[in-house]
Design a protein around this ligand. Sequence first.
Ligand code: DAH
Length: 351
Amino acid sequence: MKDQLEALRLEIERDVKAAKSLEELEQIEVKYLGRKGQLTSMLKGLANVTAEERPILGALANQIKQTGLDLLASKRESLASSRYDAVAETERVDVTEPGIRPPEGHLHLMTHTIREITSIFEKIGFYRPRYPEIDWDWYAFEALNMPPDHPARDDWETFFMDAPISKKGKMVMTPHTSNGQIHELQRHEFPVRMIDIGKSYRRQIDATHTPMFHQFEGLYVDQGVNLTHLRGILDYFAGQFFGKGRISRIRPHHFRFTEPSFEVDISCGVCGGTGLVNKQKCKVCKRGWLEIGGAGMVHPNVLKACGVDPKKYSGFAFGWGVERVAMMKEGAKIDDIRILYQNDVRFLKQF
Ligand code: DAH
């Protein structure tokens, strides 16, 4: 029986050594050391040996069992660690390899343009307040010297809110940023040098109009502000925003809140204000100038509505479209304003 036990020890050793997986080790343990394994059945034979031999063989059997368990344990460990070695080999990462860039976004063309306009005016001492984009009729029309029968106050032009009417009239989604003039003048802090940029809303949609668009409203009011100041600012903006050499001109026009009022044009960057390219009519402007928007000297009635004395203070205002000036930039090549708000990344990516 002693020989049988020794033979069993060798078998266990050999099998454990040859095993290649944890599953195999499991089977070996069951086969030799399990409840119905070979060692257990051999121990049953102890009943037939002499009383002197029994404890010796019993001890030997226990020793073999312990050896077997130890062998299994260390083999399990080495199999497990070599598995990690294999993983380390096949899943190795080269940290010096160039990575794959995640998709990167950027600001919308309108946000860029708003920031550019802001910084151009900040350089000459203008500040940018924020005024409501939903406001009372009084701020949007009445105080701007626009009488109740003014066409812009028609249902067809302006979005009116379904809200209670106050002493200041109905609530409107501001059809222009000119309401900012009223809020700013009511502060009675001079000099006023405001560049108010915000959203405007009108009932219109076509290649040059969207129901929501942006305007920037300039207002400079102090003692002794006159038309020459306006002319200077217009030329300054033309050169800063559109590029060196671009200039402005003004043409008489009519607005309720300015007197005198003007339409402002910027010289065309393609033909240099001549209207001709190689003796042919300029395709971009046709007449040398591109219209940018309205301006004028603040109407005395507007100052009075805000509690400002028109004999003491004077100033100019202008209000232009942010989308419009962005589209007027050379090389912008945007011929339909609606594309700005269609969220087509292929378009937006270009700017
Ligand atoms: N609010 C006018 C509009 O939306 C634009 C405008 C014209 C603003 C002349 C002004 C101005 O400040 O002086 O059509």
